[in-house]
Ligand binder design. Structure first.
Ligand SMILES: Nc1nc2c(c(=O)[nH]1)N[C@H]1C(S)=C(S)[C@@H](COP(=O)(O)OP(=O)(O)OC[C@H]3O[C@@H](n4cnc5c(=O)[nH]c(N)nc54)[C@H](O)[C@@H]3O)O[C@H]1N2
Ligand SMILES: Nc1nc2c(c(=O)[nH]1)N[C@H]1C(S)=C(S)[C@@H](COP(=O)(O)OP(=O)(O)OC[C@H]3O[C@@H](n4cnc5c(=O)[nH]c(N)nc54)[C@H](O)[C@@H]3O)O[C@H]1N2
Ligand SMILES: [Mo]
Length: 750
């Protein structure tokens, strides 16, 4: 085992540590000299959209906003390291399978298309034309288009996403699973039932006007660090910032802005959370219910708003008031006194925003929890006014845009009608596979081709062993990708790696540089221009790869693929005619900073069946139903799988989870000190973790116990190492998001 250190981190988030770490990463990727020029161009009106997170960029100013993890994301793409044909000639695929995920991605950027050769067990160079012809022939040879699966990860631009779903639907299937299925699907499903739209309704400006912020289940210091600047401003203004997170996350406690010389000198940082609550894992539904109950009992619900704009208040009130405080305390892990304090702050605030992330969505009862968070907002009229509303914090930089462009296995009839009319074909109408259904279909042989536009399906998905089996059963796997990852190593009988341009790189079509567009977490759509020379002259843009694949596959298509490809404005003109809200797309997006998509709830217009914003009733019985109780004499814990500070999803940048004080190791298991004692173990003991589910047990071997400030009965460890424990059939009700934050486990000495 590598040298590791566990040592409490005492400083604020950000500060010198962030600067130091950024420089180390630029150096490691061999782009230190180029780094600062590059970074100055990220998230600027004229530059490229940061491939890191989906947090919006400030509207008014155009100075560079520093972000440590943004630097890592850019450095990872801009790396000077290359994977060449010699690399593949040296390493057989079986040999690569022995390497860890850090090694695979750390080899650098892929440089030319490769095809798997079963005779030698090596990837071999292949020309683009041969690759397209082979994949096209394969797809045409399937018994049904539904035997192919077309996955998308959330970095894909709007233009590429739009062409891709068009290609897939002309081919004849709606099998368009995406990373959203594992991420904010419960948000996209739950929100429309409450307020008629599946996206956050606030803008960045609203954060400047809110006096109360309730942050549920996300870790901005690591996963959307630019949010800390926004939170710092709010804290300095005197806003109440209430955090709900089982872990004490440093970024939510104190922050030093690396661009503030004064703060950097003292390095004490600004306190962020005014109140920090540590509910039990999965206890948020009870937390929201408790807040609602306190406001109903002691506060002042916004009766005028409720009467004019909502439906179902009475039933909601009855249901909340009949839930006893004992039940609420038990289910949430907070006390009656906590709820009185929270209730009073929330009741007295003039404008409140509620944010949430994976700590809310990756549970069986995720949709119900999201309804309850919205109920809390509705109770005080905190929606459709300045400084108030729901703000789900999305993950990938364009995951929201991809869905807007039609990357969805359950497209609406309205969308399909518009698409079919514009491109003169009959889109398939039956719903396709989501991520979980895709895996089952591959395992059962109902799907035979897996195509991934970005991402790392083999490692991002739950139940790793089964997923690997599923991919290996395929006749063909294809990955459009920038870097080598596990999904290329765990391959089908035939396999292709198609290397593409990243967002930082100049994309030339027909002699002219092209821009692509993205939509951030707050529905701002803007354009992104690459500024660097491509990592290799053989790379193609995602749009180009899709257009050529469409030509090689669809013999009857009436779509002018090459004409559209030659100028992305032409793709945008088509998007403008198909996707609601994108009228005059080119005109609006070519303005500096782009435009904001209209969201009806901002004007208190509710596109729901009742025509009102709906209170949706859930009681705590939902929680009982969602808990799996294994037959075992051992102590059962709830495990959440989370991100370290040094990774981007399945991309491992390094072994330092700085704010949690862990370095040199990723196989850790965070546990409350009293639980460690009760198990008769010690911090530093190596343990095996076994998950329990209806279909049996799964074990992850060799994890270091770390004593941590986490509620008793709760555990945390890192994704993707712990994905082996997440059962394929354990997912959010209706939304089918794997329950990566609530796995029933037992722990034994290794
Ligand atoms: N640098 C970096 N940036 C990223 C990513 C990355 O991997 N690295 N990933 C991107 C993506 S795709 C996404 S979706 C986002 C993810 O960003 P987050 O939503 O922050 O994701 P996680 O790291 O999984 O963290 C979940 C947080 O929720 C808490 N939590 C877990 N269970 C519960 C619960 O039951 N209740 C409550 N209240 N809290 C809980 C955990 O303690 C942790 O702080 O970040 C995006 N940005
Ligand atoms: N246990 C557990 N599992 C989880 C989660 C969790 O919290 N716990 N989180 C879930 C979430 S929120 C998400 S979003 C998914 C993420 O799932 P994915 O989106 O599938 O995974 P990533 O790790 O983001 O994908 C990384 C790969 O994308 C490729 N890539 C990078 N940039 C580009 C580009 O510009 N173009 C192309 N074509 N490829 C590119 C690189 O090859 C890189 O290896 O994982 C989910 N899985
Ligand atoms: Mo995500």
């Amino acid at each position: 085992m590598a040298e590791h250190e566990i040592k409490r981190y005492k400083g604020p988030a950000g500060g010198w540590g962030a600067l130091r770490s950024s420089l180390e990463h630029l150096r490691h990727e061999g782009v230190l000299a180029e780094g600062s020029a590059l970074l100055l161009k990220s998230n600027q009106a004229e530059g490229f959209d940061c491939p890191g997170c989906a947090w919006p960029e400030p509207n008014a100013h155009s100075t560079f906003e520093f972000c440590e993890n943004g630097v890592k994301a850019v450095a990872a793409e801009a790396t000077s390291k290359r994977v060449t044909r010699e690399f593949f000639a040296t390493h057989s695929v079986s040999a690569l399978a022995e390497q860890d995920d850090y090694f695979l991605e750390d080899q650098g950027r892929l440089t030319e298309p490769m095809a798997y050769d079963p005779n030698t067990d090596h990837y071999k160079p292949v020309s683009w034309e041969e690759a397209f012809a082979a994949i096209g022939a394969h797809l045409r040879g399937l018994a049904s288009p539904d035997e192919a699966i077309f996955y998308t990860s959330g970095r894909t631009s709007n233009e590429a996403a739009f062409l891709y779903q068009l290609f897939v639907r002309e081919f004849g299937t709606n099998n368009l699973p995406d990373c959203s299925n594992m991420c904010h699907e419960p948000t996209s499903l739950g929100m429309p039932e409450s307020i008629g739209v599946g996206k956050g309704t606030v803008t960045l400006e609203d954060f400047d006007e809110a006096d109360t912020l309730l942050l549920f289940g996300h870790n901005p210091g690591t996963n959307h660090p630019r949010m800390l600047g926004t939170l710092q401003k709010a804290a300095r203004r005197g806003s109440r910032i209430l955090v709900f997170n089982p872990l004490r996350e440093r970024g939510l406690e104190r922050f030093t802005h690396p661009q503030e010389p004064g703060g950097m000198l003292t390095n004490r940082g600004t306190p962020i959370a005014t109140h920090y609550y540590q509910p039990k894992i999965g206890g948020d539904l009870a937390v929201a219910l408790g807040i609602a109950r306190d406001v109903l009992e002691n506060g002042h619900p916004d009766q005028a708003f409720i009467a004019a704009h909502t439906h179902g208040f009475q039933a909601f009130e009855e249901s909340v008031l009949k839930t006893s405080w004992e039940e609420i305390e038990q289910a949430s892990g907070l006390t009656r006194a906590d709820f009185r304090a929270i209730g009073e702050i929330y009741d007295q605030g003039k404008a409140a925003i509620i944010t949430w992330g994976m700590g809310i969505t990756q549970h069986r009862h995720a949709v119900a929890t999201i309804h309850m968070l919205l109920n809390v907002l509705l109770l005080k009229g905190n929606i459709g006014k300045a400084g108030a509303g729901p703000a789900p914090i999305r993950g990938h930089s364009n995951v929201q845009g991809d869905r807007t462009m039609g990357i969805y296995e359950q497209p609406s009839a309205t969308f399909l009608d518009a698409l079919g009319a514009e491109f003169d074909f009959a889109p398939p109408r039956n719903h396709g596979f989501d991520v979980v259904a895709s895996i089952s279909a591959m395992l059962e042989g109902r799907a035979k081709v897996f195509f991934g536009l970005g991402g790392n399906f083999a490692n991002a998905t739950p139940d790793t062993a089964r997923v690997h089996q599923a991919l290996q059963k395929c006749d063909l796997t294809v990955h459009v990708t920038t870097k080598l990852n596990r999904s290329h190593i765990v391959h089908g009988k035939a396999a292709f790696i198609l290397p593409c341009l990243g967002r930082t790189e100049i994309d030339i079509q027909d002699g002219k540089p092209q821009g692509v567009t993205v939509e951030d977490s707050m529905s701002m759509v803007h354009i992104s221009h690459g500024i660097r020379a491509p990592a290799s002259p053989h790379l193609r843009s995602e749009c180009s790869i899709i257009a050529h694949l469409a030509l090689a596959t669809l013999k009857e298509s009436k779509t002018p693929w090459l004409y559209l490809l030659a100028d992305y404005d032409r793709i945008r003109d088509r998007i403008a005619r198909v996707v609601v809200g994108f009228e005059n797309f080119n005109e609006r997006v070519h303005k500096p900073r782009g435009f904001h998509l209209h969201l009806a709830p901002r004007s208190r217009i509710w596109n729901t069946p009742t025509g009102k914003a709906n209170f949706v009733v859930h009681d705590l019985a939902v929680l009982q139903a969602s808990r799996f109780v294994p037959q075992t004499n051992q102590r059962v814990f709830t495990l959440m799988t989370i991100r370290s500070h040094d990774q981007y999803n399945t991309t491992i940048y390094g072994l330092s989870d700085r704010y949690r004080g862990v370095s040199g190791i990723r196989n850790v298991c965070f546990m409350n000190a009293s639980d460690i004692e009760a198990l008769n173990m010690k911090a530093g003991t190596m343990v095996n973790i076994t998950s329990h589910w209806m279909d049996g047990q799964r074990t992850a071997h060799g994890f270091l116990l770390v004593a941590y400030d986490i509620p008793t009965g709760c555990l945390a460890g890192y994704y993707p190492e712990l994905n082996v424990l997440v059962p394929l059939s354990s997912y959010a009700d209706r939304a089918r998001t794997p329950t990566s934050k609530s796995v029933a486990v037992t722990v034994e000495a290794a």
